[in-house]
Design a binder for this molecule. Structure first.
Ligand code: ZN
Ligand code: ZN
Length: 245
């Protein structure tokens, strides 16, 4: 489903018959009312998490693991995150949506998903009394290649829906090689730790910050960002992601 031509098809379809599901292209007559760009059946599949999650790192955990207990990932490594919310695991339709967001035409879908994330997880996020929202930055060359940073679009729309300021505090210093070509997990953790810096003049003393990204895989990226924000004085760093791999 997530091939670039699909988005072009959507744009053509939208011109002829507006108000179709961005994912399955169903109209309101077949798929029910369109909400955040999705028909009812796609919305339900994307927005309902079938599993329990670790409160800290959002990894899928067993039904009988207490939410406050550290999951195996959190026991092995301190991710420097206070909590992580997710829509669901990185599979099925949610995975298709995320892959579509990464295509050059995926900007609008990423925006819709930001509003959807706020609708589904807004209550939980409001309890954290956050001060601001920021996002995982993308190196300029990759952003230029793709035409947009899906995490930036997500974060902007999530912050709008939550009525919180959006501040792109972070810079990505250099091009991070794709995860699969990294020599080892520890090399990736080492590389990514040096990849982020704060924009000049950022004062984060006492701030409770929400960092937004589309997918969390090992947690190395979000952990490096959380460390960077804490070094600048952030009091709490929470994460909001669409999916956890
Ligand atoms: Zn649909
Ligand atoms: Zn965990």
């Amino acid at each position: 489903m997530a091939w670039p031509g699909h988005r072009w098809l959507f744009h053509v379809t939208e011109l002829i018959t507006p108000n179709r599901c961005w994912v399955c292209l169903a109209g309101e007559a077949e798929g029910g009312p369109i909400r955040h760009g999705l028909c009812f059946s796609c919305w339900k599949e994307v927005a309902s998490d079938p599993h329990h999650r670790c409160r800290r790192c959002a990894a899928t955990i067993g039904a009988f693991t207490e939410g406050d207990q550290a999951c195996p990932t959190c026991r092995a490594k301190d991710l420097h995150l206070d909590s992580t919310v997710r829509l669901g695991p990185y599979e099925g339709l949610l995975r298709d949506v995320i892959l579509m967001m990464k295509t050059p035409m995926g900007e609008g879908l990423a925006e819709q998903m930001g509003h959807l994330l706020a609708e589904v997880k807004g209550e939980e996020l409001r309890l954290k009394s956050l001060h601001l929202v920021t996002c995982v930055p993308m190196y300029w060359y990759r952003r230029w290649q793709r035409g947009h940073n899906q995490a930036d679009r997500l974060a902007r729309c999530l912050s709008q829906s939550l009525h919180l300021p959006y501040v792109p505090h972070l810079l990505r210093r250099r091009y991070g090689a794709a995860q699969e070509v990294q020599p080892s997990a520890s090399a990736r953790w080492q590389n990514v730790r040096q990849a982020f810096s704060l924009r000049a003049g950022a004062n984060l003393k006492g701030q409770r910050i929400l960092v937004v990204d589309d997918v969390m895989t090992t947690g190395a990226t979000l952990s490096a960002i959380a460390q960077c924000l804490r070094r600048a004085g952030a009091e709490e760093v929470h994460a909001a992601i669409l999916a956890r791999a």
